[in-house]
Design a protein around this ligand. Structure first.
Ligand SMILES: Cc1ncc(COP(=O)(O)O)c(C=O)c1O
Length: 409
């Protein structure tokens, strides 16, 4: 590895491996692999925008193989007075990951996965997804001309399913996937094993299964650290834990003083178990309705726990109702329309503020992970009144326009 800029290391036995294979299981002990770099921190490349500015710390050999749709480099938007005051902090901003090309942070992972597949001459991608990862993989494989086979949840959000199909991805819905921890683990393990055997890039958005591709998500931390060096605490939603684990690695390299808070729905409390050393997943079915956060087992258990404990952060659990309220608040007060998973970070920060866990000198960043149009059922819910009914939109005649315009606008 003398002159290598990056390599893989086994989390368990620390053996180093030269990159190249997509069999991401340590040959010696069966442990998980993580990407390590010769450079201790990330330096952006000059003259490039977006994700691939961080190309010196992404696992691709040649820029000639990059498959990009303009992902990364997402804006950070300052929150207005009301939320800011409720949080009681020095500043509060949203990292707008929902503004990535297919509407979620998963584009960062898909860009790296598909670029790597192209560089290595692999025949395609296979993965599991609750929808957003699948849509991202479908877009980038469409661009590269590679086929994609995807296994999704039997109750995947219809807009996410349509998005995947419109982009040409082959998708099959699997009973139990996501909602049942052991079925989720079985599916992921099967995809990883068959991908390794067939020379297909596994697209399972967790470091355990796709350690190289997940480096794409690490760049969120590089960008926050670069754009807002004063940041003291970052809130991140948790499903399978891949995002939290990746952001944890990024901040350890770039800004280790930043506290990381994982926010998870109570109806999928896998991380609290992992914090107690139990990585086996939920014994019963997932009960949260938040699409994207219905993962009955943590793909990145140890990485998620490390992200929290090594940064001096914590886990905050919230109810689906609090997530829906945060989604509404972002829409109505800030003009930021995200899906429920994308509002989960704010729900966690508001819960922490109420418990006195935020300081007046904190500079808070909330990672908004997915766009509102991805989950129209949640938008219907946002619009519904106390009785659960969505008010209808009036249909008027052309003559009535004058009347409406005559009213106070
Ligand atoms: C919008 C959104 N937010 C958050 C997550 C959670 O990410 P992870 O499973 O890496 O914890 C997902 C995963 O699908 C997602 O789609």
């Amino acid at each position: 590895m003398d002159d290598a800029t990056w390599w893989l290391r086994c989390r368990s036995c620390a053996v180093l491996r030269v990159p190249g294979s997509v069999d991401y299981v340590c040959a010696g002990c069966g442990g998980e692999l993580v990407v390590e770099y010769a450079a201790p921190s990330a330096t952006p490349r000059a003259g490039i925008t977006g994700l691939w500015r961080w190309g010196d710390r992404l696992p691709l050999r040649s820029a000639a193989h990059i498959i990009t749709l303009g992902e990364g480099g997402t804006p950070q938007v300052r929150l207005g007075t009301r939320i800011h005051q409720e949080l009681g902090v020095a500043s509060a901003e949203v990292k707008c990951e929902h503004l990535n090309p297919t509407g979620s942070f998963k584009d960062r992972i898909a860009s790296v996965a598909v670029s790597l597949a192209a560089e290595r001459g692999l025949s395609g991608l296979a993965g599991t997804s609750s929808g957003n990862g699948g849509a991202a993989a479908a877009a980038y494989t469409a661009r590269s001309g590679m086929p994609l086979t995807l296994f999704s949840l039997s109750d995947v959000a219809p807009q996410k399913l349509l998005q995947i199909r419109a982009l040409g991805g082959r998708v099959l819905l699997v009973q139990g996937l996501g909602h049942d921890g052991s079925a989720t683990m079985r599916a992921a393990t099967a995809v990883a094993r068959h991908s390794a055997e067939k020379g297909v890039m596994p697209f399972l958005t967790g470091g355990r299964y796709s350690p190289e591709a997940m480096e794409g998500a690490v760049t969120i931390a590089y960008e926050i650290a670069e754009d807002r060096p004063a940041t003291t605490v970052v809130y991140c939603p948790v499903g399978g834990g891949g995002l939290l684990s990746a952001i944890g690695r990024g901040f350890r390299a770039q800004a280790p003083h930043v506290r990381l808070v994982g926010v998870q729905p109570r109806g999928c409390a896998t991380l609290s178990r992992a914090m107690r050393g139990d990585f086996s997943g939920l014994p019963g079915p997932v009960t949260t309705g938040v699409s994207g956060l219905q993962v009955g087992v943590l793909f990145d258990g140890p990485g998620s726990v490390e992200a929290i404990t090594q940064s001096g952060g914590h886990l905050t659990e919230v109810d689906d109702d609090a997530i829906a309220a945060a989604q509404r608040l972002l829409a109505r007060e800030e003009g930021i329309l995200v899906e429920p998973a994308g509002a989960t970070a704010l729900a966690g920060a508001l819960a922490d503020a109420a418990r006195g866990l935020l300081r007046s000198d904190d500079h808070v960043v909330l990672v908004a992970t997915g766009a509102g149009w991805k989950d129209t059922a949640s938008l219907q819910h946002l619009l519904s009144d106390a009785g659960g009914l969505v008010p209808s939109v009036p249909v008027i005649t052309i003559d009535e326009i004058e009347e409406v315009l005559g009213e106070r606008l």
